[in-house]
Design a protein around this ligand. Structure first.
Ligand SMILES: *[C@@H]1O[C@H](CO)[C@@H](O)[C@H](O)[C@H]1NC(C)=O
Ligand SMILES: *[C@@H]1O[C@H](CO)[C@@H](O)[C@H](O)[C@H]1NC(C)=O
Ligand SMILES: *[C@@H]1O[C@H](CO)[C@@H](O)[C@H](O)[C@H]1NC(C)=O
Ligand SMILES: *[C@@H]1O[C@H](CO)[C@@H](O)[C@H](O)[C@H]1NC(C)=O
Ligand SMILES: *[C@@H]1O[C@H](CO)[C@@H](O)[C@H](O)[C@H]1NC(C)=O
Ligand SMILES: *[C@@H]1O[C@H](CO)[C@@H](O)[C@H](O)[C@H]1NC(C)=O
Ligand SMILES: *[C@@H]1O[C@H](CO)[C@@H](O)[C@H](O)[C@H]1NC(C)=O
Ligand SMILES: *[C@@H]1O[C@H](CO)[C@@H](O)[C@H](O)[C@H]1NC(C)=O
Ligand SMILES: *[C@@H]1O[C@H](CO)[C@@H](O)[C@H](O)[C@H]1NC(C)=O
Ligand SMILES: *[C@@H]1O[C@H](CO)[C@@H](O)[C@H](O)[C@H]1NC(C)=O
Ligand SMILES: *[C@@H]1O[C@H](CO)[C@@H](O)[C@H](O)[C@H]1NC(C)=O
Ligand SMILES: *[C@@H]1O[C@H](CO)[C@@H](O)[C@H](O)[C@H]1NC(C)=O
Length: 729
């Protein structure tokens, strides 16, 4: 609740006390009910408490409950209770109806398990927010006829709610539940005549569409199991849609021309269906359209001539439509768009002839997963607004042009899985905003990058803040690099399985987060504040050689560094211990030698460390016992390593982390520890994410899931908080 709000109510209170209204019967009763509510909440969670602890009659005998945190009043009634994120656990309070004039109730972000029938007796309730709880069971809203806003998103509902009298309902959010079946007409949202904003995404609702979108302003049913065609009548004459999101369903047939009835449409997302035929010319008549996302369908390759004329269009996603051949020339005419997403189309050419290299105002260009070849075009570096450039998984060859060090705003540069050779240009040190650099060339039969890491690389991402700030205030959703498939390229191997089971909307949300500078795995303090924006550098699978420059630790806030599978040699620089925020470090399969510097123990945030297949020698440093976050560790096949496995964290790893180390001593009753059955499953898990070598996961897989959880799925403004209710893994 904002300070202004409290001040306003304090003012109101003075007014009210002045009139001598305070102490009248209704307020007295409601104050008692509040104290019962407090008592109830305290009894429900004896460990963690919320602001209600401050609801205290003794201390503030003369004050009104209207000054209490989370409470607002109007006249002599309590009208609003906001206990969002207050560690409320278990069943719901059964006497909210004691607050006879309650119109606003926010219990979101708690651990509430059911809905109380008593809510139906709250006849004044207009706004009910129960989002992000663990509510199961039936929802019957009959009787709550004043309700205008209902948010039950991110719960565990299986049955579609019964609405009863919903004539005032305007906003309904049931996204991220387990709703199944067809949208039944008894519960039917259609009977809610005032409904304007509907979100049913992230459920398993099936069947074909049986109602029109006409009366809604925003309608989202992404990630369900809708099938069949879009009938022409879903877009009636008086359609007033602003946003339509049907992505990730199983819809087929053509997109009806009648879509032009929805003249106010700003966002259309049909990604991930089986639409076919021509993209209707009528889409080009939607003059307010800002975002057009038609990827992962089977559209024909003619793009309507009317589309480039849409002056508000900023995002165009036509990924994964099997276009093939040359990039269509028409894309060169989209001079006003910011994001052009064409990955996964098996294009073979047309990079120059299409004219897309002249789209100087592009912020994002994704041409990955195509079949483009020849040298990397230096012209791209003239796109001075470029923030995301993905050219990976093509057959580009030759050197990386020096000019690629000139992007003033670039944050994500992915040139991996091509046939590039030569060295990493020193000019990359000028990429002030770069947060993610991916240059993997893993196919051994193809060309690879070679040479040393230029010392200049240490300056990468040095001054990213201005770009991030710009993006934070810019407000436009980027859609970044499309779907989860392109995202998994970026993630540590361990996360792929989890990610691919998740929906596109999460993945695009992720890219949005990256562009706002929160990095791939935001660092959060205990109270959930994001304080770090760790960067990501992935150079594995090349033939890079020489020593790692000591100044590499100057790369600001590097979170992920993968140099594995190269030819690096020499000692690991002691500066490695200066990476305060590094979480993932893989230098396996190189030719590093000498002792492992004891400074390794200073990388307190490390959860993944792979040193396997090198020539390290000397004692395993005792400082490693300080790596208390380490969940995955591999030292195998450094046959000259001596000494004793340090106590503490290190002893939680089994022999799978220490293979081929004949001179190493184990702690008595230390490693290896796990029983055989567990080892087997670990081996399987290990080999599936790390290819040729085996990791032991010391913490349960839970650790990784929760790591992922807050790196991916939390609402970034409230990062690192709570349970897994929105992570349906
Ligand atoms: C609800 O609260 C009111 C006011 O405190 C009280 O009179 C009533 O008995 C309570 N009802 C239940 C079912 O607890
Ligand atoms: C008592 O009231 C004062 C102001 O009226 C407030 O600042 C204080 O936080 C209240 N104490 C509690 C425990 O609610
Ligand atoms: C409180 O609700 C009652 C009916 O439930 C109504 O008569 C009264 O006007 C309301 N009071 C306020 C201040 O809204
Ligand atoms: C409900 O609460 C959640 C979390 O506090 C918030 O993100 C969401 O916007 C709220 N819903 C509505 C409809 O206000
Ligand atoms: C829903 O609630 C109303 C009022 O409490 C009740 O009459 C009706 O039977 C309930 N419907 C179902 C299907 O439980
Ligand atoms: C619900 O649909 C069935 C057939 O699908 C129909 O017979 C029935 O009349 C509909 N009920 C309402 C209230 O529209
Ligand atoms: C749209 O038109 C239909 C009839 O053609 C009408 O029933 C409906 O109320 C209209 N909707 C709006 C939002 O005007
Ligand atoms: C849909 O468009 C067709 C022609 O394309 C037209 O005959 C029909 O009346 C339109 N329907 C609506 C509801 O606008
Ligand atoms: C999509 O529909 C096809 C038939 O049209 C069906 O075979 C397939 O299983 C459906 N896929 C999903 C994910 O529902
Ligand atoms: C673009 O959108 C603005 C409002 O955001 C609107 O006023 C304008 O008419 C739109 N442009 C066109 C060409 O319709
Ligand atoms: C690029 O954007 C600038 C400012 O937004 C604008 O003035 C310029 O005309 C745009 N260039 C093109 C080719 O559209
Ligand atoms: C890419 O091009 C190569 C050579 O022309 C061809 O063999 C391969 O099938 C193409 N791949 C795709 C996905 O089109």
């Amino acid at each position: 609740m904002s300070k202004n709000y409290i001040v306003a109510h304090a003012f109101l209170l003075i007014l009210v006390s002045g009139l001598g209204v305070l102490g009248q019967q209704p307020m007295q009763t409601e104050m008692e009910a509040l104290l019962l509510l407090k008592k109830f909440l305290v009894s429900q969670n004896s460990v963690n408490r919320g602001v209600y602890l401050g609801w205290n009659l003794e201390e503030n005998r003369s004050s009104s409950p209207c000054t209490w945190m989370g409470i607002s009043c109007d006249g002599n009634h309590i009208t609003s209770i906001d206990l969002s994120k207050n560690n409320i656990a278990g069943t719901m309070f059964r006497n909210f109806s004691a607050f006879t004039n309650l119109s606003y109730l926010d219990l979101s972000n708690n651990y509430i398990t059911d809905l109380s029938d008593d809510l139906k007796l709250c006849r004044s309730l207009r706004h009910l927010n129960l989002s992000r709880n663990m509510i199961e069971g039936e929802v019957n809203l009959t009787g709550m006829d004043k309700l205008e806003v209902l948010d039950l998103s991110n719960n565990r509902l299986r049955e579609q709610p019964r609405f009863g009298d919903c004539e005032n309902l305007k906003v309904l959010d049931l996204s991220m539940n387990y709703l199944t079946g067809k949208l039944s007409n008894e519960s039917s949202i259609e009977s809610c005549m005032e409904l304007q904003i509907v979100d049913l995404s992230g459920n398993s609702i099936e069947g074909s569409l049986s109602f029109t979108f006409g009366r809604y302003r925003r309608f989202s049913m992404s990630s369900n199991k809708l099938s069949g065609n879009l009938p022409t009548w879903v877009f009636p004459k008086n359609c007033s849609l602003n946003v339509l999101d049907l992505c990730e369903n199983n819809l087929t047939g053509e997109v009806p021309k009648n879509i032009s009835n929805c003249k106010e449409l700003m966002e259309l997302n049909l990604w991930g269906n089986k639409f076919s035929g021509k993209i209707p010319d009528e889409v080009g008549f939607l003059s307010d359209l800002q975002s057009l996302i038609l990827g992962d369908n089977n559209f024909l390759r003619d793009i309507p001539k009317s589309l480039p004329g849409l002056s508000n269009l900023t995002v165009l996603d036509l990924s994964k439509n099997n276009f093939g051949d040359d990039i269509q020339e028409i894309f060169g005419q989209f001079t006003k768009i910011s994001y052009l997403i064409l990955y996964g189309n098996t294009y073979t050419g047309g990079l120059h002839s299409s004219g897309i290299l002249k789209l100087q105002n592009l912020s994002g260009l994704d041409l990955s997963y195509n079949n483009l070849s020849g040298p990397l075009p230096p012209e791209i570096s003239q796109m001075l607004s470029l923030k995301v450039l993905a050219l990976s998984s093509n057959r580009f060859s030759g050197n990386i042009p020096q000019e690629y060090g000139k992007f003033p705003r670039i944050q994500v540069l992915d040139l991996s899985f091509n046939e590039l050779e030569g060295s990493i240009p020193a000019s990359f040190g000028k990429l002030n905003s770069l947060l993610l650099l991916q240059l993997v060339m893993a196919e051994p039969c193809h060309n690879q990058l070679s040479g040393k890491i230029p010392a200049e690389l240490a300056h990468i991402g040095k001054n990213a803040t201005p770009t991030f700030m710009l993006n934070k205030f810019d407000g436009t959703k980027t859609t970044g690099l499309g779907d989860c498939a392109s995202l998994t390229r970026w993630m540590p191997e361990t996360t792929i399985a989890v990610l691919t089971s998740n929906s596109r909307n999460y993945c695009t949300q992720f890219w949005d987060i990256v562009q706002r500078g929160f990095g791939i795995s935001p660092l959060c303090s205990d109270d959930g504040e994001v304080y770090g924006t760790p960067g990501y550098i992935q150079l594995s699978g090349n033939q890079l050689s020489g020593e790692i420059p000591g100044n590499i630790s100057q790369i600001s806030e590097l979170g992920y560094l993968n140099l594995g599978n190269n030819r690096f040699s020499g000692k690991l620089p002691i500066e490695i211990g200066l990476f305060p925020s590094i979480q993932y470090l893989d230098i396996s399969k190189n030719e590093f030698s000498g002792e492992i510097p004891m400074e390794v123990g200073n990388m307190k945030s490390l959860y993944f460390l792979d040193l396997a297949y090198n020539n390290f020698s000397g004692d395993i440093p005792n400082s490693m016992s300080k790596l208390t976050n380490l969940a995955q560790f591999n030292l195998s096949y450094n046959p000259l390593i001596t000494g004793k496995v340090p106590s503490g964290q290190m002893t939680t790893f089994t022999k799978w982390s220490f293979l081929g180390l004949p001179l190493l001593q184990f702690q008595e009753n230390g490693t290896p520890i796990a029983p055989p059955s567990e080892l087997e499953s670990e081996e399987r898990a290990g080999s599936s994410f790390s290819g040729r070598h085996v990791f032991f996961i010391s913490f349960p897989i839970f650790f990784i899931l929760s790591f992922l959880y807050f790196s991916m799925f939390c609402d970034i403004s409230k990062c690192c908080f709570r349970n897994t209710t929105i992570c349906k893994t």
